[in-house]
Design a protein around this ligand. Structure first.
Ligand code: GAL
Length: 660
């Protein structure tokens, strides 16, 4: 069901309008006009569902669900754990989070409950099961929206104990913990588990292993809580499908781990379109990268769970989406594997924090303003493209993105404490490939590399032994591997590898790391080509790794500093494949020509011809999407693209037919 059509929907908060039956009536009528097929219901409705402890009021929701269903609209029913009622926070203080400084929060805000608290779990179970019993078998309910944007951490005593238990389980003994965390350094050996405390500004904040394991634990505990919520529902409705809404570049949860526990990955996307400091193409690529990451966490179609049809109210400046942008962003999501285009929110709230956040229906309640009409256009386009739903993307290139690697690398002191720019590094590879029209997935170190022609490991500082073996096998059996500087430095516990590095890959890459020099912002080192296939010049920055060749052929070399002449780009044949090393972070201009060379004989771009800058081509199954990121029309000969226009083609028997 969730992949049968391209769903069009929004967060719907009728609990804010229970005193206005006329508005609720109008909502259904307007939803039909806008081509809405699904709504996410009751995300923050706990206080209305259970106004007093154990007193449930579900009739209003029953009425809403029945009416939606009668109008042909399906429901993505939320568990309301994201924001708890005041009575609960007051009566049971343990449900409120404790900050790193060990101060317990007051009631307020949202997404700030303790994930460990048995009382919170019990209360969530009770309300979730009320919902499941009453609505779990309602034909309108096709999906469960588990909580909202899980995140954050709690440092209460219950969480400290849970952390210690998690460590016991992971390491088996305290000696193993001490070894893994290298506690001999500064003489911080633990002699009893009870001495271990989560990181604190006034306590331990310098022990890399502890910081890393705390991040692992927080991710684990959040997922554990989510599983608890899921299982409360599945106890009543075993076949219930569940999703969670994930977030942009979110650091605190390993979404690959989380995705294993859900049926549908979804995410909330709020790019600042029309930002004066970057091109719309850059904004689009940044957003596309996240779409592809969310596709990758399950390796199958996802939903764009939230987006604004017009503005947000929490960004520094609220920029409206210009005419055409709503359709552009909807189709971009579909092109990258989304089977749902949903908004936050259906109707603009009247008061409180989000009263100026965009919505399909604004305070004026009209259906003839630009936002509403453009939303209805999206509805029509999604219907027309319905057969795209469920189709998968072809495996072409994979970028290794691994949360634990990020945590470990960013938690370490040096080689560049002013910022390593991990996402920036990833973006350079991603954007170059996307501009060429090569499909990119992301894989973690638990991932499967089969089917890919090209694997890129940017800043894979923490390289697990088992993953190094996967990279070796991948290359030996004919794959093309690209590894950057600052890779293969440390193992799973963030203990540095002894001996030559990049650990496990020196023979694959045909070189070894000698030194790594940090660059200040704006500081660069000139690099020049020694092979005609490379760009003649490029600038290296951020980090400049100095390597000694052990069989690899240099393609570019540094041209200044004491390491002039040492390789900046090198290639090495390995088995049936080849492996490239990029020893520094180059200026952006380097990457497109580099990847054109790398991909030339191994991967086919989405669009057969050449495209002007600003037009992006994306392939999903047999469908090819051309999107114009420019504010001006683009003439492609037989085809013209309007400003922010999209054309969709279907490949049939080798020929392309335009279907939108
Ligand atoms: C999301 C959140 C929504 C809403 C939205 C506003 O992060 O899940 O509830 O607050 O932001 O942009």
């Amino acid at each position: 069901m969730i992949h049968d059509i391209l769903w069009h929907g929004a967060d719907y908060n009728p609990e804010q309008w229970l005193d206005r039956p006329d508005i609720l009536q109008k909502d259904i009528e307007l939803m039909q006009k806008a081509g809405i097929s699904v709504v996410s219901l009751g995300i923050f409705a706990w206080a209305t569902l259970e106004p007093h402890e154990g007193e449930y009021c579900l009739d209003w929701m029953q009425e809403v669900i029945d009416r939606l269903y009668a109008a042909g609209i399906r429901v993505n029913l939320a568990t309301p754990s994201g924001a708890r009622p005041a009575w609960l926070a007051q009566k049971y203080p343990e449900v409120r989070r404790v900050n790193p400084d060990r101060v317990r929060q007051l009631f307020g805000d949202r997404q700030n409950h303790c994930y460990t608290s048995p009382i919170y779990r019990e209360k969530v179970r009770a309300v979730n099961q009320q919902l499941a019993r009453r609505f779990g078998r309602h034909p309108a309910v096709i999906l469960w929206h588990i909580s909202n944007e899980y995140g954050g951490e709690c440092h209460c005593e219950l969480c400290q104990e849970a952390f210690r238990d998690w460590l016991r389980e992971r390491y088996g003994s305290l000696e193993a913990v001490n070894r893994a965390w290298s506690t001999k350094f500064w003489g911080h050996d633990y002699t009893d588990f009870s001495q271990i405390e989560s990181p604190a500004p006034h306590g331990e904040h310098a022990m890399n292993g502890l910081l890393l394991d705390w991040k692992r634990f927080v991710s684990h505990q959040t997922i554990d809580f989510m599983k608890w919520e899921r299982d409360c529902i599945r106890e009543i409705v075993p076949q219930a499908k569940v999703c969670v809404n994930m977030m942009y570049r979110f650091d605190m949860i390993d979404y690959f781990d989380m995705a294993r526990e859900i049926d549908l990955a979804t995410w909330d996307t709020y790019p600042t379109w029309h930002k004066p400091t970057e091109t719309l193409e850059e904004t689009a690529l940044d957003n596309a990268m996240m779409h592809d990451l969310i596709y990758s966490v399950k390796g199958k179609p996802f939903w764009m769970m939230e987006s604004t049809p017009s503005v947000t109210n929490w960004q520094p400046v609220s920029k409206v989406k210009k005419p055409g942008m709503n359709l552009f962003s909807a189709l971009q999501a579909v092109a990258h594997g989304s089977d749902g285009v949903l908004y936050f929110q259906w109707r603009q709230s009247r008061g409180a924090f989000e009263k100026f956040h965009g919505a399909v229906v604004a305070h004026d309640g009209r259906d003839d303003n630009r936002v509403f009409l453009e939303t209805a256009e999206v509805g029509k386009a999604l219907k027309l493209l319905s057969r795209v739903a469920g189709t998968r993307k072809q495996k072409q290139a994979a970028i290794v993105f691994d949360w634990a690697n990020k945590w470990a690398m960013e938690g370490a002191q040096g080689p560049r404490n002013i910022g390593l720019g991990y996402w920036e590094e990833i973006m350079r590879h991603y954007a170059a490939l996307a501009r060429i029209g090569i499909g990119v997935d992301f894989v973690s170190q638990d991932g499967d590399l089969s089917g890919y022609k090209l694997v890129i490991a940017p800043m894979l500082y923490m390289l697990r032994e088992d993953f190094a073996l996967k990279l070796r096998d991948f290359t030996a059996s004919g794959g093309t591997l690209v590894v950057t500087y600052w890779s293969g430095v440390a193992g799973e516990s963030d203990l540095c590898y002894l001996g030559d590095t990049p650990h496990g890959l020196t023979d694959v890459l045909g070189l070894r790391r000698c030194e790594i020099d940090g660059m200040f912002d704006g500081e660069t080192r000139r690099c020049v080509a020694v092979a005609p296939s490379m760009p003649a010049h490029a600038l290296g920055g951020t980090l400049c790794e100095v390597a000694a060749l052990e069989g690899a052929a240099p393609l570019m070399v540094y041209d200044e500093d004491f390491f002039a002449g040492s390789p900046a780009v090198a290639v090495n044949p390995y088995g049936k494949g080849r492996a490239y090393t990029l020893a520094t972070r180059f200026d952006e201009a380097f990457y497109r020509p580099f990847y054109k060379t790398v991909c030339e004989d191994i991967l086919t771009p989405a669009w057969p011809g050449s495209l002007p800058d600003g037009v992006l081509a994306t392939r999903r199954g047999a469908f090819i999407f051309l999107q114009n990121t420019l504010a001006a029309s683009v003439d492609l000969g037989a085809l013209a693209l309007m400003p922010y226009g999209t054309a969709v083609f279907e490949e049939r028997d080798g020929a392309l037919e335009r279907i939108l």
